[in-house]
Structure formats: structure tokens, C-alpha cells
Design a protein around this ligand. Structure first.
Ligand SMILES: O=P(O)(O)OC[C@H]1O[C@H](OP(=O)(O)OP(=O)(O)O)[C@H](O)[C@@H]1O
Ligand SMILES: O=c1[nH]c(=O)c2nc[nH]c2[nH]1
Ligand SMILES: [Mg+2]
Length: 174
């Protein structure tokens, strides 16, 4: 992390792992298969914003209709790594989880350093924590995930991508 502080996390990550909508949908369904035996869940807590898309897909597959959010913002490069909770879990969801998160499912798109996951786990220690993708540093904080990528990989999600021209490989494209 401290090796090139002038670079963004995305620039420091050497490898790119672009994910299409199709692939993401399939991975979310695979995640739901794994979650089937861990439930039933009374509610889903999505970690915004990245957790909103997988939470919608998982909720549809599991038939869960109560969905809450924990809204977390990470600061810009001046205060890298600092997280701010903009909105916590609602009182109704806290009650559903008996105050500890029991019977609740937390969903995020990925776990990287684990800082976000640690913060939400501290709020709901008995909840089940699921992500679609995991990097090694954050993996121990997640109960269920689908695909692990190396720590130096940057995952590009479909909502951050667009179609663009690709130069032919013989012209030097990797
Ligand atoms: O394990 P960590 O190092 O904490 O990183 C993982 C978090 O980073 C991303 O969210 P981000 O803070 O970029 O915000 P977003 O979900 O609004 O895109 C991702 O969606 C996870 O929530
Ligand atoms: O789009 C993203 N891809 C990643 O690999 C990542 N890690 C933290 N935050 C991230 N956001
Ligand atoms: Mg996020």
C-alpha cells in the first residue's frame, strides 16, 4: 500500500479483472446457491454502493423482501483508507437481527483490504457476510464468496465500464 502513495489503488493494482454484466449475474447466482444452506435470512443489508447490485440479485433468488443499507464513503487520496458511515442499519433491521445481526445477510460486491467489511461486521457481529469477489487480505472477514483474485488485481465492475474500441493485438495491444 505505502509503496507508491501518489498512485490510486487502481493504478497500484497491476492486473485488471474486467467483469461483464453476464458474468456478474452468473456469479451472483452462484453465490446464492452457496448461501442457500447458510440461511434462512430475515433481511439483507447491502453495503452501498457496490453491494446494491448483488443484493438485488441475491434477494430475488432467495425471496427476501426486506432490504436495508449501510452507506459507507471512503475518503479521497488525501485521507486514503478512512471510512465514514453516512447511514447505519435502521432500528427495524437491528430488531430483526436481535441486536447482533443474527439471521441477517450482509452483501457487498467485493472485499479488498477488509476495512469496509470490518466496520460493518463490528455493527452486526452475528450476521452472515457474503461478497461476490474476495482478495486475500479481506477474505478472512467473509463467510461466503465466489471468486478469489490476487491482491494486486483491480476488479472492474460492469457499472463502471463502457464499450470502447480495442486495437488489434498485432498493433501492440496486450
Ligand atoms: O475491503 P476494502 O478495502 O474496504 O474495499 C472494499 C470496498 O471498496 C469498494 O467500495 P467503495 O468504498 O469504493 O465505494 P462504492 O461501493 O460506493 O463504490 C467495494 O464496493 C467495497 O465496499
Ligand atoms: O471497482 C473496484 N475494484 C476493486 O478491485 C476494488 N478494491 C477496492 N475497491 C474497489 N473497487
Ligand atoms: Mg463499496
Amino acid at each position: 500500500m505505502a509503496e507508491h502513495p501518489e498512485l490510486s489503488a487502481q493504478e497500484r493494482a497491476g492486473k485488471a479483472f474486467p467483469v461483464s454484466w453476464d458474468q456478474f449475474h452468473r456469479d451472483c447466482r452462484a453465490l446464492t446457491w452457496r448461501l442457500n444452506s447458510a440461511g434462512p435470512f430475515n433481511a439483507i443489508v447491502a453495503i452501498t454502493r457496490g453491494g446494491l447490485v448483488p443484493a438485488a440479485i441475491v434477494a430475488r433468488e432467495l425471496g427476501v423482501r426486506v432490504i436495508d443499507t449501510v452507506c459507507i464513503a471512503s475518503y479521497d487520496h488525501n485521507k486514503r483508507g478512512e471510512l465514514q458511515v453516512l447511514k447505519g442499519v435502521s432500528d427495524a433491521t437491528t430488531k430483526l437481527g436481535n441486536g447482533t445481526g443474527k439471521g441477517l445477510l450482509i452483501v457487498d460486491d467485493l472485499v479488498d483490504t477488509g476495512k469496509t467489511a470490518r466496520m460493518v461486521r463490528d455493527m452486526l457481529p452475528d450476521a452472515h457476510f457474503a461478497t461476490v469477489y474476495a482478495k486475500p487480505m479481506g477474505r478472512p472477514l467473509v463467510d461466503t464468496f465466489i471468486t478469489e483474485v490476487s491482491q494486486d488485481t483491480w476488479i472492474f465492475f460492469p457499472w463502471d465500464l463502457g464499450l470502447s474500441f480495442q486495437p488489434p493485438m498485432r498493433d501492440g495491444a496486450a
